[in-house]
Design a protein around this ligand. Structure first.
Ligand SMILES: Nc1ncnc2c1ncn2[C@@H]1O[C@H](COP(=O)(O)OP(=O)(O)OP(=O)(O)O)[C@@H](O)[C@H]1O
Length: 252
């Protein structure tokens, strides 16, 4: 059952778009300080779920609570304590990196924005392009800026939508290390949608697996591996995607 004490809690949440059902009655609670993966094939409902937790999409029915506040209704009370990163959400392209970080810093109520931008510029090695238009950066540089933006307000809750999509292995590894570091330093609660199973095994304590808008599994990665009799989450993912639900089915 979803708990009022949880960092994030969803209770029988449904989202129906004009085109049809995207999320079909999902419930889960996420413990403070945990890292949870939201997995599922294309169109499973992961982005819609994250958007509802951010308060950007209103559920058709059901309730979403973040840090004890209902969203989107009371989003204004918790917005400054959360943040998100997605390679699919662009910042204004003509603004420089510094201008973008400054605007977002002000939106999130960061106390000393120039100082925070300076700190993040050092931490994420942005100094060479802080004063370049954001639209002129490479994909990897944009990801670093996007992660810096996500950490501007030291969020207690960090939502990541495929944080390493289309990155080279070196940059992707660097991004994962930064996420791990942030979690350890701040005890943040992280929810991560990903198609990269290696990333999930490295970062996450728990896996919520979605299929066609529903939750089909919710377990620690090692328990999922044991239950499906598999050595990698990639194989478990394929078993679930192809409808093989039990270890007996898998070994037949
Ligand atoms: N704004 C929207 N309007 C109408 N339908 C939408 C909208 N956003 C998503 N959908 C539909 O809702 C379903 C779930 O989409 P969603 O983006 O949440 O899935 P996802 O698991 O994040 O997929 P992917 O891995 O491809 O990013 C899909 O069928 C999608 O076409």
């Amino acid at each position: 059952m979803p708990s009022a004490e949880a960092a994030i809690s969803l209770d029988r949440v449904v989202k129906i778009y004009k085109g049809g059902m995207a999320v079909n009655g999902i419930s889960f609670s996420i413990e403070t300080g945990s890292v949870t993966a939201l997995l599922g094939g294309n169109g499973a409902g992961k982005t819609t779920t994250i958007a509802m937790i951010m308060g950007l999409v209103t559920p058709t029915s059901g309730r979403v609570h973040v840090l004890g506040e209902e969203v989107p209704k009371c989003r204004h009370r918790v917005l400054h304590r959360m943040n998100f990163e997605s390679p699919y959400v662009d910042m204004p392209m003509r603004l420089t990196v510094r201008q973008n970080l400054t605007v977002f810093g002000k939106l999130y109520g960061v106390p000393d924005v120039p100082q925070r931008v300076h700190e993040l510029g050092t931490q994420f090695d942005l100094k060479d392009f802080l004063d370049r238009p954001t639209g002129k950066l490479s994909a990897g540089q944009k990801t670093r800026v996007s992660l810096a933006k996500a950490l501007l307000n030291h969020p207690e809750i960090l939502l990541l939508d495929e944080p390493t999509a289309s990155l080279d292995p070196d940059t992707a590894d660097w991004v994962r290390a930064e996420i791990e570091r942030y979690r350890v330093e701040r005890g943040a609660t992280i929810l991560l949608a990903s198609h990269n199973m290696g990333e999930v095994e490295r970062l996450c304590d728990r896996v919520i697996m979605m299929k066609r808008g529903e939750i089909v599994d919710d377990e620690a990665p090692e328990k999922l591996l044991a239950r499906y009799g598999r050595e990698t989450l990639e194989d478990v993912f394929l078993d679930i995607a192809r409808g093989r639900r039990h270890v007996q089915d898998v070994t037949q």
